[in-house]
Write a protein that binds this ligand. Structure first.
Ligand code: C5P
Length: 399
């Protein structure tokens, strides 16, 4: 079974068996993949864009010249964990073998470091032609997985090798490749997201602007790399992620209670939630009158991350986040170092959230520091990309 939430790009080239990829798409979705379809313009003669959009439930781009501002060939190359091209025609195979990139699909393939699987389907003569045979050899040497076609009836009355394989065989091959690249299989990862709220009275609370987006991105990415994820959410409006165990809480104390129970069983804790530093001592059952608001007394909340990191067992990895409002990178880095060592963390991500940056946004920017003082300066990137960079570091620390 695949880890849920893995992103897969399904390229469709211009062969009559393109219609069989509609079934493949469905089977991939059932296996938990989120599938982006990229049809070549020739393939649209066989299956139209509307079919792919309806089946995938996602927008489908068919050329290099749409949505140029988001540089889709690069963003799609980065976003996908796996590329499968089915059917792969003789022409597409030749283009890939010679490193050409003259449409959206071939640009994505050239820009992607993800594993690539080709499902050739063509007439026997074309498959056995020495040009195709040599091109397939070149691609296999470069690491492409090329699935041998089935033997049987072709489009016309002729019979031979070259048929689009049974979907089950393609799924088995994808399964093999997918498992090889899922580097968190067998790991239990506890992730917090959102921001805690400390009630003052039934109407008011002390809270913060954390949306939960980074924690959700981490949970998705970890699950897609095979981890068993438990996401502890404090006050986020984001929808639950299919296949991920989720517990919700409101206050820091509730979060601490959940984490105290779960921490001993996990391999890693990623504390991306913004935890309120103070709670209200004299919570009022009724709404506090304006004039009495200055009677509200605060007490410090427990530092959950610090207390758990003190009791971590050997091999367990603890990752913290810190939102700061320093304007200089040096100050941000210094504070990151201090928090990392005072809280006994393995890794910390510090970010400057001044002027409404990062909290609630799609993008982030900051510094990753580990306990050996290795520093990675992260330019403005999506929270999904940061999740993958942090998980690469985590995999390294987990050994
Ligand atoms: O010290 P600071 O609040 O900046 O540290 C941020 C990190 O500590 C975050 O990972 C946050 O989840 C965690 N934290 C905590 N308990 C608190 C405050 C922060 O676990 N009371």
């Amino acid at each position: 079974m695949f880890p849920r939430g893995r992103k897969l790009l399904l390229g469709v080239a211009g062969g009559i068996s393109a219609y069989k990829s509609c079934d493949l798409l469905r089977r991939l979705q059932e296996q938990g993949f989120v599938v982006d379809v990229v049809p070549t313009s020739a393939s649209l003669n066989f299956v139209g864009k509307a079919t792919w959009e309806a089946l995938s439930g996602r927008k489908v781009l068919t050329d290099l010249w749409s949505e140029v501002e988001s540089v889709p060939h690069i963003s799609m190359a980065k976003a996908n964990d796996l590329i499968i091209i089915a059917p792969a025609t003789a022409d597409l195979i030749a283009k890939l073998a010679s490193g050409r990139a003259d449409d959206l699909l071939t640009n994505i393939v050239l820009a992607s470091t993800a594993p690539k699987i080709l499902v050739p389907a063509m007439h026997t003569e074309m498959w056995l032609n020495s040009a195709t045979v040599e091109n397939v050899e070149i691609l296999r040497k470069r690491g492409f997985v090329v699935i041998d076609p089935d033997e049987g009836r072709m489009t016309g009355s002729d019979v031979g090798v070259g048929r689009y394989p049974e979907t089950g065989r393609i799924i088995t091959e994808i399964d093999k490749v997918s498992v090889q690249t899922a580097d968190l299989i067998g790991k239990k990862i506890l992730i917090t997201a959102g921001g805690t709220r400390e009630p003052i009275d039934p109407i008011r609370f002390i809270g913060n602007r954390s949306s939960g987006k980074q924690g959700f991105a981490l949970a998705m990415a970890a699950a897609s790399r095979g981890a068993q994820v438990h996401l502890v959410i404090a006050n986020s409006d984001l929808p639950n992620i299919d296949g991920i165990t989720t517990t919700v809480c409101e206050t820091a104390e509730e979060m601490a209670a959940i984490l105290n129970l779960e921490f001993p069983h996990c391999d890693a804790l990623i504390m991306s939630a913004a935890v309120a530093d103070a709670k209200v001592l004299n919570y009022s059952e009724g709404k506090i009158r304006k004039e009495a608001l200055d009677k509200v007394e605060l007490a410090k909340n427990p530092d959950i991350l610090k207390s758990l990191a003190q009791i971590k067992r050997s091999g367990q990895v603890v990752v913290g986040f810190a939102a700061e409002t320093f304007t200089s990178l040096d100050a941000l880095q210094k504070s990151g170092h201090e928090k990392l060592s005072s809280k006994n963390l393995d890794l910390i991500y510090v970010n400057d959230v001044s002027d409404g940056a990062i909290f609630g946004q799609e993008k982030t920017k900051g510094i990753i520091i580990d306990k050996f003082s290795n520093v990675i300066k992260v330019p403005e990137i999506s929270k999904d990309t940061l999740a993958d960079i942090l998980l690469d570091q985590l995999v390294h620390k987990l050994g």
